[in-house]
Design a protein around this ligand. Sequence first.
Ligand code: PMP
Length: 429
Amino acid sequence: MNESEKLFEKAKTLIPGGVNSPVRAFRAVGGSPLFIKSAKGPYIYDEDGRQYIELINSWGPMILGHAFEPVEKAVRDAIQYSFSFGAPTRKEVEMAELITQMVPSVEKVRMVNSGTEATMAAIRVARGFTGRDKIIKFEGCYHGHGDSFLIAAGSGAMTMGVPDSPGVTKATAADTLTAPYNDLAAVEVLLANNQNQIAAIILEPVVGNMGCVLPEPGFLEGIRTLCDKNGVLLIFDEVMTGFRLAKGGAQERFNIVPDLTTMGKIIGGGMPVGAYGGRAEIMNIVSPAGPVYQAGTLSGNPIAMSAGLAMLHYLNEHPDVYSRLEEVGNKLTDGFRSALLKTGLNYTINHVGSMFTLFMTERPVTNFSEAKSCDLPLFGRYFHAMLNRGVYLAPSQFESLFLSTALTDELVEQIIQANEESLTEAITT
Ligand code: PMP
């Protein structure tokens, strides 16, 4: 047994399934998960000292690669002033100012500790603001593990085959209505059948959590119009897309203004952080400005704020980051497409900017049921073939890959090569 395998065996006796978040367990792809010791730039290293090229990047936040020097330095500098005060700090004000500059639909923002907290708070605020109880979410979108969202949920819930989790009460589940992604007509029906009852529509403006799925032209615009017509708040969950698909997130890229936005891991530069924000009129109902309660001892934690501020300042001041991410995304997916042509496979690649997924299906993938048509055993073989060639992919078909500016052209070529060999291996074994 290697070190990772030994650790996993022990972990399983101490932690449910041996991991602190389900997808990490490699259940969907088989085998034993890598236990990670360190990461730097484009590489991640396991407990056995093996090096891999990173295409997960902590599920999104490492836009600039691992342990990016300005972020590392900011954390080192901050540590000498202690680690948590549970009191207001200058950095929180700077963070709020920077977020509101970069994402103009966000006029006021509240920091929390995870994406899950951000989405839970956002729907509470939407309910408090509208005085309505129900929400609409889309099948296969993942918004963290709050009870209201574990209904037709994507990501790990989809990978583990439990999109509707036991433990969520029937009453809670009844307040979450679901529609297929990209299906405006289905949303119209839900709105018509639940008039004056829907507080919010929440969605990933580009889905990362059933694999990468793009909004079809007109979908986001249509949802915005339906929200306006029906007095429903539109919540963009930009935990994955925020500050990644553009400086101002997917809302800037697709030019749609949501009422509320949720953000996550990226604004902590990899530290445990989340945030929600939106129009001042709406955010002013949050306690202590207003009656909707939401709080957190570690919210706005000074170390996390320092990491996040360093990261966001860098993104804000270096537009070349975004052109490089586009370039890397285009080069990689072009390379993947030519491998598909060469191998005669007609599989689907969904791609936007620095997010993409190779789906093991010949169908276009625009929603949850299409994503589920993938050949999952084939994906498992492909995943391990890539891992053996030193490329670390998300261990599930139902996740997007995330690129970073740390990927050089040379590494991009290596990944393309590994992909072609892995595809060939996966289809012939
Ligand atoms: N929303 C989206 C779109 C996400 O992708 C995630 C997690 N990947 C979450 C919310 C939950 O964030 P966290 O895992 O930080 O609770």
